[in-house]
Ligand binder design. Structure first.
Ligand code: RIB
Ligand code: CA
Length: 344
């Protein structure tokens, strides 16, 4: 199951998983983060429509973090969290149960079989642990996009966004998963590795080509803010309009005409952990530091005398990931919306 704060890169993670034949999505938990939780849930439903997905349960999570007020980041992901994309509102129903209840119910019903992927704040998973304390033993594996270890933060100098939104929840989760055996430690995709996953305009162009979309998909850094994709393929068009906003944000941050694809990378790792090399560490979260609150601290050497509770991804091949993403999502988009003249 997924727990997302859909967001632009969460959107690509969701579409990538819907395009992946080796992924069975049991449920999508909506977390407050990039934008408010109701908007996240609406985005999730809308992407399911764009992708002509079968019925998949979408739950609404907590509207606020465990302790502190919610902070959102519309400047990064746009007023609705999907950049410039304008998705038709979905008529799909939201689940009656909460995201935390879905976490607990799914692992109880499928002991040892469910992989949990979290690409937003850890609030709902922390609440699920209160409902089902055995969750770490019932989950097959947890993959988290979050944190920054030997690396600068993107929200404060020392903190990464997903952790920064709800540091208390992050600590609850890392502490709770201290009991699982080594081979099932959570895989953590932190900024150290995800900021090497830089989507470029060329990647978007290749995606359009793979989908048989016309005209050629170009996102120029000189484009005015009101430029939108003219792609014939709706998946390409909406993803391009979403990413265009994200690339503008990264340019404004001085990072160039790119966008960090944190979440789809974590999704790919959830499907195939061999995409990364990992190193074990004991991870804890700073909660009281004046300057460092929300910092994820990794004890690589056992100095705290506590067993490792995380496998931190530290090495990957970014272009191999983009080849996979473009192939899967491009082929998926072409199947959903065949290029003109290709109707059989
Ligand atoms: O720090 C990057 C993470 O924060 C990503 O998951 C992005 O979607 C935001 O949630
Ligand atoms: Ca996210």
């Amino acid at each position: 199951m997924l727990d997302v704060d859909t967001g632009i890169d969460d959107s690509l993670a969701l579409v990538f998983l819907l395009a992946s034949p080796d992924a069975e999505i049991l449920g999508i938990a909506s977390s407050a983060g990039n934008v408010g939780v109701q908007q996240v849930a609406a985005n999730n439903l809308a992407w399911l429509d764009v992708c002509q997905a079968p019925p998949i349960e979408v739950t609404v999570g907590s509207p606020v973090p465990l302790v502190i007020p919610l902070q959102t980041t519309e400047d990064t992901h746009g007023p609705q969290g999907i950049g410039y994309a304008e998705l038709p509102p979905s008529s799909r129903p939201l689940s009656a149960r909460s995201a935390a209840d879905m976490w607990a119910d799914l692992v109880r019903a499928n002991p040892g079989e469910v992989t949990g992927l979290v690409t937003g704040p850890l609030t709902n998973l922390a609440l699920a642990l209160r409902i089902e304390p055995e969750l770490p033993h019932l989950l097959h594996r947890l993959v988290v996009m979050g944190g920054a270890f030997n690396y600068a933060g993107n929200t404060t100098p020392t903190t990464e966004w997903n952790i920064s939104v709800d540091p208390e929840a992050a600590k609850v989760v890392f502490d709770a998963f201290s009991v699982v055996p080594a081979e099932r430690r959570p895989i953590v995709c932190a900024l150290d590795i995800t900021e090497r996953i830089e989507m470029t305009a060329e990647h978007l162009k290749r995606l359009g080509v793979r989908a048989g979309s016309m005209p050629e998909e170009r996102v120029h850094e000189a484009d005015a803010d009101n430029v939108r994709s003219a792609a014939s393929n709706p998946v390409v068009r909406h993803l391009s309009d979403a990413v265009r906003f994200y690339m503008m944000f990264h340019r404004q941050q001085g990072l160039g005409h790119i966008s960090h694809m944190h979440d789809p990378f974590a999704a790919a790792v959830a499907l195939d952990p061999s995409l990364v090399q990992t190193r074990p560490a004991t991870v804890d979260v700073e909660l009281v530091g004046t300057l460092t609150r929300g910092m994820t601290v990794a004890d690589w050497m056992g100095m705290w005398g506590r067993d490792p509770n995380a496998d931190i991804a530290w090495r990957t091949d970014p272009e191999a990931f983009f080849d996979l993403l473009i192939e899967r999502v491009g082929d998926f988009a072409a199947r959903l919306y065949p290029p003109e003249g290709a109707r059989l």
